[in-house]
Design a protein around this ligand. Structure first.
Ligand SMILES: [Cu+2]
Length: 318
């Protein structure tokens, strides 16, 4: 395993801006001011991973890709005794250029686990954050952050694909923003809401329009402030409602496919290029509430094996 922290800098501009905003806030409304400290940006790279050349052409129902998956233990965290305030994942080639499906490489998905905390929904190691090839950035609302302790251990589960006929070497790169623990933010707890339930995220979606749902009875109370989703190719939309609160929609995300040329694969298919997160005051959740998460796929002409529908929320517990 080779991990590399490339950069850890306090951006001068952010420092100046943050200081100015705090000064204004303090002067106008001292009681409501939320000093967040100096926000730092740290890029952490995971890998490199070598992806074998695709074994055959994608033809009749074949994807023609090679798949590389695994687990890396004790991976680097962006900071210690801190709060993560946002993360922006991507996949890069060794030379630092963006690796996407137009040149063969696909970030099928990765999941970061914290072995020192228990997952609220399924038990086991806590699923902290994740992304698929849509590589959407998450920025938590002001005043909230994901707390990272001093000694916790993280590990990474990755699943990468290569559709080109050449071997590719890639690395997962995550740009984190974070502040020290002294910033005293409201800590966020991840809620991994998976239509596959707790025993496996992948399921087979039939031809045409289909929906798959899962129900979770909340074991926590608090304010939900951010949600992001993950679907595979032909995923149409994903949403979570609180059935115990008149079916209130907490977050509804419609996927975009092939929005920019990097997301058109070598077979000419558009892959998911955007899944805009929900952020802000998304709703209140009480212990015992039933949350239902639903994934909709619209697949013309054939079925898809091993698709996913995952909504990850972050809640500020009472
Ligand atoms: Cu996936």
């Amino acid at each position: 395993m080779s991990l590399q922290r490339i950069m850890s800098t306090a951006a001068a501009a952010a420092l100046a801006l943050g200081t100015a905003l705090f000064a204004v806030g303090a002067a106008q409304a001292p009681a409501a001011a939320q000093p967040t400290g100096v926000e730092q940006t740290t890029i952490v790279e995971y890998g490199p991973f070598t992806l074998p050349a695709a074994p055959h052409d994608g033809g009749e129902g074949g994807h023609g890709g090679s798949e590389t998956s695994g687990i890396e233990l004790n991976v680097e965290r962006p900071c210690e005794d801190c709060y993560i305030t946002g993360f922006d994942p991507t996949l890069l080639y060794e030379d630092g250029s963006e690796a996407n499906v137009n040149t063969g490489a696909m970030l099928h998905h990765f999941v970061m686990f914290n072995a020192s905390e228990r997952d609220t929904v399924c038990g086991g190691s806590q699923r902290v954050l994740a992304s698929g090839n849509e590589r959407v950035a998450s920025d938590f609302p002001d005043g909230y952050g994901l707390h990272v302790g001093g000694s916790e251990r993280w590990y990474l589960n990755y699943d990468l694909m290569n559709h080109s006929h050449e071997e590719k070497t890639v690395k997962i790169s995550v740009t984190f923003t974070h502040v020290p623990s002294s910033a005293d933010l409201e800590p966020l707890t991840p809620l991994w809401l998976d239509v596959g339930g707790c025993y496996g995220s992948a399921y087979d979606a039939p031809e045409g329009t289909s929906e798959e749902s899962d129900l979770w009875r909340s074991t926590v109370s608090g304010d939900l402030v951010h949600m992001r989703g993950h679907l595979h190719h032909s995923g149409h939309s994903l949403w979570t409602v609180n059935l115990s609160d008149r079916g209130q929609t907490l977050c509804h995300i419609t996927a975009e496919e092939g929005g920019t040329p990097e997301f058109i694969d070598l077979n000419g298919h558009g892959q998911i290029s955007d899944m805009p997160p929900c952020s802000g005051d998304l709703g209140r959740i009480d212990r015992g509430d039933y949350l239902r998460t639903t994934a909709r796929y619209v697949i013309p002409g054939h079925s898809h094996e091993g698709v996913m529908g995952i909504m990850v929320g972050w809640i500020a517990e009472d």
